[in-house]
Design a binder for this molecule. Structure first.
Ligand SMILES: [Ca+2]
Ligand SMILES: [Ca+2]
Length: 183
């Protein structure tokens, strides 16, 4: 937009390009690491399912009807180029039933916490949701604070295990952009 205002003067136009370059540098201060859930290590009763509406044409579902403490897992490993700074975890999910809208999530081997994919409510459509602080006792779905993880530069591991059978995850984003909303 600056280039349009200053159009007609080669020297100023050059400066505007420099400003654009600076803007790009500022934007790139945020890191976005994005990967398919199904690119991870899938152990039954977690399973990969084909779906033309899923990112990459597939998603991962916990097919264990028993839910909590059931067998199976999804393990995704990712690399970060910066840190330690607060990072946020986001996932593309379908949460269309209160009985199939959560996993247990362990980050870098820490104690597992509930990851409620219904944080923005139930919907039959794909939606992006953050990993958030847990809801009050007895509340299944609620918008709460996005959890920040002070990840160091290098390799990290996300492990999902069963909490509610039928829960679905398609794609994962790890970012230090606090204004990120998915996609
Ligand atoms: Ca639930
Ligand atoms: Ca996918």
């Amino acid at each position: 937009m600056i280039a349009t205002v200053l159009c007609g003067c080669g020297r100023v136009a050059f400066q505007s390009r420099a400003e654009d370059a600076n803007t790009t540098i500022d934007a790139s201060a945020y890191e976005y690491v994005s990967f398919e859930a199904e690119s991870g290590q899938v152990t039954p009763k977690f399973a990969v399912m084909p779906d033309p509406t899923a990112s990459g044409g597939e998603y991962v579902i916990d097919t264990d009807n028993a839910g909590l403490t059931g067998p199976g897992s999804l393990i995704n490993t990712f690399q970060l180029a910066v840190g330690p700074v607060p990072f946020y975890l986001w996932a593309r999910v379908i949460a269309d039933d209160s009985a199939s809208d959560s996993f247990m999530l362990s980050v870098d081997g820490a104690a597992a916490i509930p990851f409620r994919t219904c944080v923005y409510g139930l919907s039959p459509s794909w939606q992006w949701v953050p990993v958030t602080a847990d809801c009050p006792a007895g509340v299944d779905c609620c918008p709460t604070t996005n959890l920040g993880y002070s990840f160091t530069e290098g390799s990290h591991v996300l492990e999902l295990t069963s909490r509610e059978g039928g829960s679905i995850i398609d794609r994962i984003v790890v970012t230090n952009d606090p204004d990120y909303t998915g996609g």
